[in-house]
Design a protein around this ligand. Structure first.
Ligand code: CAA
Ligand code: NAD
Length: 288
């Protein structure tokens, strides 16, 4: 059994916000922290909007929405997460930033029962866990997919130090959240991004080399391969900055330059075109 009462979520962007929402709807108390107050405000407004739509469509009772929202607290200090008995980190995909955070989390959560999970897309769990010192056996990869409320999978990745008990409890918690947990080993990108991200990167090369325009690349992959979104639309949805971070981890971790991010993808990130979250990436999203 997962025996989790209070879920602490660090990072209230698209992933942290989704994880917090799913936790609250499943009956957990949730504490969400972000270092940017505006991100917390956006997260809070997003929860209200998405759940209200579920109520309008008759998929959720108003009382259940109110109860779920009352279980979430949006907090402005990391220390406010101390009551949590399970933490999921969903901050920027940068090994150094994550390791600094996990060193702090290890000091904040000395109790043996508290699990320190990371939603990293690609970074070695073993490497992140190293920064947690004696708490490294409680560090685990718990990789949700975007959009969290709709996607079924949680990829569960133990590091070398992760205890068997923590892996079993991660599987139990993912199941309690209504997800299907599947195990992968701790190699750069795990399974999901080892396979997905090079395909997305290749779509940028196809665009850069003039094989086709973005609309045609996406249309061909949607209609020809039955993808719900074309690879370039999906890159915008994931965040082009996150795509570059993941490609860097693949290239370094697998020690192979064929995984280097396409120059055009890097250029868009340099120009601040990060995808949906900045209003423009490959495509434009004026409403966002
Ligand atoms: N919470 C709750 N409900 C939500 C929601 C949310 N955050 N967002 C949307 N919904 C609801 C909508 O209200 C809608 O409800 P109705 O059916 O009642 O109208 C329903 O979900 C479907 O919404 P849409 O009509 O907008 O959705 P769609 O049918 O176009 O599908 C999609 C949207 C699921 C995102 C689909 O386009 C898809 O599967 N895209 C690919 C996503 C994907 O590949 N994700 C993985 C990315 S990689 C990753 O995550 C790993 C990594 O490390 C990078
Ligand atoms: P995002 O940019 O939407 O959100 C990240 C949030 O973290 C921001 O609100 C930012 O203010 C906050 N943040 C950054 N550094 C922080 C710190 N030190 N302390 C507290 N908050 C901090 O990013 P995202 O798409 O939600 O991705 C978050 C993580 O989840 C990354 O590791 C990413 O690789 C992973 N992930 C992303 C996707 C995806 O499709 N976007 C899917 C699965 C996993």
């Amino acid at each position: 059994m997962s025996n989790v009462n209070t879920l602490g979520v660090i990072g209230s962007g698209q992933m942290g916000g989704g994880i917090a929402q799913v936790g609250a709807v499943a009956g957990l108390n949730v504490l969400v922290f972000d270092s940017f107050p505006t991100a917390l405000e956006k997260c809070k407004a997003g929860h209200r909007k998405v759940l209200a739509r579920s109520v309008e469509k008759g998929k959720m009772a108003q009382a259940d929405m109110d109860a779920a929202l009352s279980r979430v607290k949006y907090v402005g200090n990391l220390d406010d997460l101390k009551p949590a008995d399970w933490v999921v980190e969903a901050i920027v995909e940068d090994a150094k930033v994550k390791k600094d955070l996990f060193a702090r989390l290890a000091a904040m959560f000395p109790a043996e029962h508290v699990v320190l999970a990371t939603n990293t897309s690609s970074i070695s769990i073993t490497e992140i866990a190293t920064s947690a010192g004696a708490a490294s056996s409680r560090v685990v990869g718990m990789h949700f997919f975007n959009p969290v409320p709709l996607m079924q999978l949680v990829e569960v990745i133990p590091g070398i130090q992760t205890s068997k008990d923590v892996v079993e409890r991660t599987v139990a918690l993912a199941t309690k959240l209504g997800k299907t947990p599947l195990r992968a080993n701790d190699r750069a990108g795990f399974v999901s991004n080892r396979v997905l991200m090079p395909m997305i990167n290749e779509a940028f090369y196809a665009w850069m080399e003039g094989v086709a325009e973005p609309e045609a690349i996406d249309g061909i992959m949607k209609l020809g391969c039955n993808f719900p979104m074309g690879p370039l639309r999906l890159a915008d949805f994931i965040g082009l900055d996150t795509c570059v971070h993941i490609m860097n981890v693949l290239a370094d971790g697998l020690n192979n330059d064929r995984y280097r991010a396409c120059p055009l993808l890097r250029q868009l990130v340099s120009a601040g075109r990060l995808g949906d979250k900045s209003g423009r990436g490959v495509f434009e999203y004026p409403a966002k």
